[in-house]
Write a protein that binds this ligand. Structure first.
Ligand SMILES: Nc1nc2c(c(=O)[nH]1)N[C@H]1C(S)=C(S)[C@@H](COP(=O)(O)OP(=O)(O)OC[C@H]3O[C@@H](n4cnc5c(=O)[nH]c(N)nc54)[C@H](O)[C@@H]3O)O[C@H]1N2
Ligand SMILES: Nc1nc2c(c(=O)[nH]1)N[C@H]1C(S)=C(S)[C@@H](COP(=O)(O)OP(=O)(O)OC[C@H]3O[C@@H](n4cnc5c(=O)[nH]c(N)nc54)[C@H](O)[C@@H]3O)O[C@H]1N2
Ligand SMILES: [Mo]
Length: 728
């Protein structure tokens, strides 16, 4: 391991000293003095430095300038903290890269500023022509699903198109579909109270979720054990009691073997299994095929470790859990990711931890009020199947209507099925696999409109670019993202007036709606909409704006009642999957590709989050990029022994080649990585020529990833990449 216990203690000791000195400066006194300063306004809002967590924060404004944000201590997702990306992201407000007015592409490929009126009029004229010739389903909408996602659905449903997409097929759709099939939704994890936590391919310290890190450290301080299963010694592994360096793509074998031990040795929760699950007996029949003796040869974790960890997990039941994961391990990574996630949902059921303290629970999402109750009827859902085949038996049966398959868009554009698209808060040219193919597809569209704050790779291809006001400049939709064991309402609230000629999403959509004949669906203001959303709780918009966060509803109570599955129980065996021709029980399945063991240059290419950057959206922010440079993090991790075998030294530049792409990067050698893989931080590889300061900085795993669709949900299998690595 790269980090020995001694060196870890040294680091930990060092930072304790640093924070003691910081306290000595009287930082808290300074902070409370700042709060009392009448020149300083403190306005609650919601950070948008990543779409995933949307932390509730307080923005500090002096002389009309925002200079910092602080975390809201009551917020479930961040518990008073802000991550480096959140601190860095406020600088985008004043960033010269921002789009300052609507832009139209000219003949020579450059952009010219136009008025909003001209943009709305020309875009709607072109949409009308395209829909007249090809039908409304030839128009698609792609968004990062934020609090305002319902507006995109409303717009598309009013037009009559079902072709709405999120980035899910590149992030989480395997996991979501598996938990939906098993327990009818995506549970939360009570890490704080768990006595024994196994985290498989999730890294809340680098793929940041602040509340989870706080909960993990709390549990650890109180004697809980943490086991991290990751081919890489991740930032979360640093605080774990145990790191299991699994062979990438084989977690399914590990979980099946743990199920084997727990079931064969009778360590499961018999009462819970009997009352609340279906199909346990069929799992019991099949699981004998997967003993730890078999699994160790597949996943590289010794059989004795598998026996011990399985027994320890069961011994702590039901106050124990296997994390529900997110992206890296099985969100959209491998051909077997759907079944890996199913096995993880099932192992939690077998130890009876659903709706138990220290286990899994369904977050208490408050039911927001709807526009239709305010006299604004919803458009009908179009009775046309989605063009990508998601949710259609025989194609991608477990795919979801609301996420779709985002990386199918370029294929559907190339085939002529999709003709026009609006992309909101998403950057598929950089975040989808196989960029050459993505660019070819998006370029073939007759009309591409991108709504962003900067000239992303995708915006740089658009016919029209519409600038949304930055989050600190706008109000947005009331949000429930913080809901966990309590329901919580938050919102993005305007902190300063827009600096440029920009609008919020509702204003942009309403502007387009008039010209395409669906204006009657958009006759409300954002304040109206938020008022309807809040109505069921008897809370006014003014109250929410003042407090920034309000908890609503009854708090969570222990006790499993009913799952939102066809049987009302947790489905260990799934009839529905069987009907679709998908394995109804998790069974071992190889990943799609395997490195060539005879070739010392052959590796699997893995990727992952780094604490300083978000997806493709922050690298151009100078303070964050500077931090990445100072920590020298634009590097490819490689196992030290494997590097030695091909004559590489730390810092050497290597050339990576896959079946679809190539690129150069410096290596960082480590003992903390499974020898079969190399690992790339996922924020770099920016190729928008408009982002001059970071153009060409680093490479992205997408440059190497072929266009794949897994057969169950159509996700992109972003870790099924083999690369040859040679000294450049
Ligand atoms: N700093 C930062 N935080 C973020 C984001 C960001 O861009 N930057 N993005 C947000 C978003 S959109 C998401 S989806 C989440 C993602 O959050 P995570 O899923 O936690 O993040 P990842 O880094 O993608 O993957 C987690 C770990 O999976 C490991 N892994 C890779 N392959 C395998 C495997 O085969 N088996 C196992 N067991 N482990 C494997 C990686 O080494 C990595 O350490 O993070 C969110 N938070
Ligand atoms: N290269 C690369 N590819 C990835 C990943 C990665 O880390 N790196 N991660 C994978 C995962 S886990 C995910 S979730 C997806 C995410 O993929 P995307 O959905 O493409 O998300 P982001 O990369 O976060 O890009 C969001 C875009 O929204 C813009 N934006 C930011 N704030 C606002 C705003 O307030 N309004 C508007 N209108 N636009 C805004 C940003 O400038 C950026 O262009 O990518 C997947 N693919
Ligand atoms: Mo994600």
């Amino acid at each position: 391991m790269a980090i020995t216990r001694r060196s870890f203690l040294k680091i930990a000791g060092g930072s304790a000293l640093a924070s003691a000195t910081w306290q000595g400066f009287g930082c808290d006194i300074w902070k409370s003095a700042a709060r009392r300063n009448p020149d300083i306004k403190v306005i609650p809002t919601q950070c948008q430095g990543c779409g995933a967590n949307r932390c509730a924060v307080f923005a500090y404004v002096r002389n009309g300038r925002v200079w910092k944000i602080e975390g809201n201590p009551e917020a479930n997702n961040n518990l008073g903290t802000v991550c480096p990306r959140g601190h860095g992201y406020i600088h985008e407000l004043y960033d010269p890269h921002r789009i300052k007015q609507p832009l139209k592409r000219n003949e020579s490929g450059g952009y010219e500023p136009i008025s909003w009126e001209q943009a709305f009029s020309e875009i709607s004229t072109q949409l009308n022509l395209i829909m007249m010739d090809n039908g409304p389903q030839s128009v698609f909408w792609l968004h990062y699903p934020m609090a305002n996602a319902a507006l995109g659905f409303r717009f598309m449903h009013s037009l009559g198109s079902p072709n709405i997409f999120s980035h899910g097929s590149t992030c989480f759709t395997a996991r979501n579909a598996a938990f939906n099939a098993t327990c009818g939704g995506l549970p939360g994890v009570d890490l704080k109270n768990s006595r024994y936590t196994i985290i498989v391919g999730r890294n809340p310290s680098g793929g940041i979720k602040l509340q989870q890190m706080k909960d993990l450290t709390y549990a650890k301080e109180n004697g809980g054990k943490i086991v991290v299963v990751d081919p890489r010694h991740s930032e979360t592994a640093i605080i774990a009691d145990e790191w299991l360096p699994v062979k990438p793509g084989t977690d399914l074998a590990l979980i099946l073997a743990m199920l084997n031990v727990i079931i064969e040795e009778g360590l499961y929760d018999k009462d819970f299994v009997k009352k609340n699950t279906v199909g346990f007996d069929r799992l019991q029949d099949e699981i004998i095929a997967y003993p730890p003796e078999w699994a160790e040869k597949v996943c590289d974790i010794p059989k004795d470790t598998i026996y011990r960890v399985a027994r320890e997990l069961a011994a702590n039941k039901p106050t124990a859990l296997v994390h529900r994961g997110y992206h890296g391990g099985y969100g959209a990574s491998y051909k077997n990711s759907f079944q890996t996630a199913r096995a993880i949902a099932i192992i939690n059921a077998v130890i009876g931890n659903y709706e138990r303290k220290g286990g899994l629970y369904m977050p208490l999402r408050p039911e927001l009020g709807e526009l239709k109750e305010g006299g604004h009827p919803s458009p009908d859902i179009p009775q046309i199947p989605k063009a990508d085949g998601s949710g259609i038996p025989g194609r991608y049966p477990a795919g979801s209507y609301s996420d779709g398959i985002t990386h199918a868009i370029p294929e559907l554009a190339l085939s002529g099925e999709l003709k026009a698209g609006i992309v909101y808060h998403s950057n598929p040219a950089r975040t989808n696999p196989n960029p050459q193919r993505v660019i070819a597809g998006y370029k073939k569209l007759d009309l591409l409109v991108v709504i962003d704050c900067i000239m992303s790779e995708t915006a740089s291809m658009a016919h029209y670019v519409l600038p949304e006001s930055f989050y600190l400049e706008r109000d947005d939709n009331v949000d429930t993202v913080h809901s966990a064991k309590t329901g919580q309402l938050t919102m993005v609230q305007q902190v300063v007036k827009p600096l440029h000629d920009t609008k919020n999403l509702l204003e942009i959509i309403s502007g387009l709606a008039q010209g395409v004949g669906i204006g009657r669906y958009f006759t409300f203001s954002l304040d109206d909409l938020n008022g309807y959303r809040l109505k069921p709780f008897g809370i006014t918009l003014a109250e929410l704006k003042e407090k920034g966060l309000i908890s609503v509803g009854e708090p969570w109570k222990e006790g499993f009642r009913k799952a939102a599955t066809p049987s009302g129980k947790i489905e260990i065996y799934s009839e529905k999957l069987d009907k679709w021709g998908v394995d109804p029980l998790p069974r071992w399945q190889e990943p799609l590709v395997t490195p060539d063991t005879a070739d010392p240059h052959s590796f699997r290419l893995l990727h992952g989050k780094q604490a300083l950057q978000t997806n493709s959206m922050t690298v151009h922010i100078p303070i964050l990029m500077e931090a990445s440079k100072r920590t020298d993090s634009v590097r490819l991790l490689m196992n030290r022994q494997r590097a030695a075998a091909i004559g590489l030294e730390d810092g050497d530049t290597v050339r990576l080649r896959s079946q679809i792409g190539s690129g150069n990067i410096r290596v960082r050698l480590t003992d903390g990585l499974h020898p079969s893989a190399v690992w790339l931080p996922s924020g770099f590889g920016i190729f928008s020529r408009h982002l001059t300061a970071v153009y060409g900085m680093g490479i992205s795993y997408n440059d190497f990833c072929p266009t794949y669709f897994d057969p169950v949900v159509g996700h992109c299998m972003s870790s099924e990449i083999i690369v040859r690595v040679e000294k450049a």
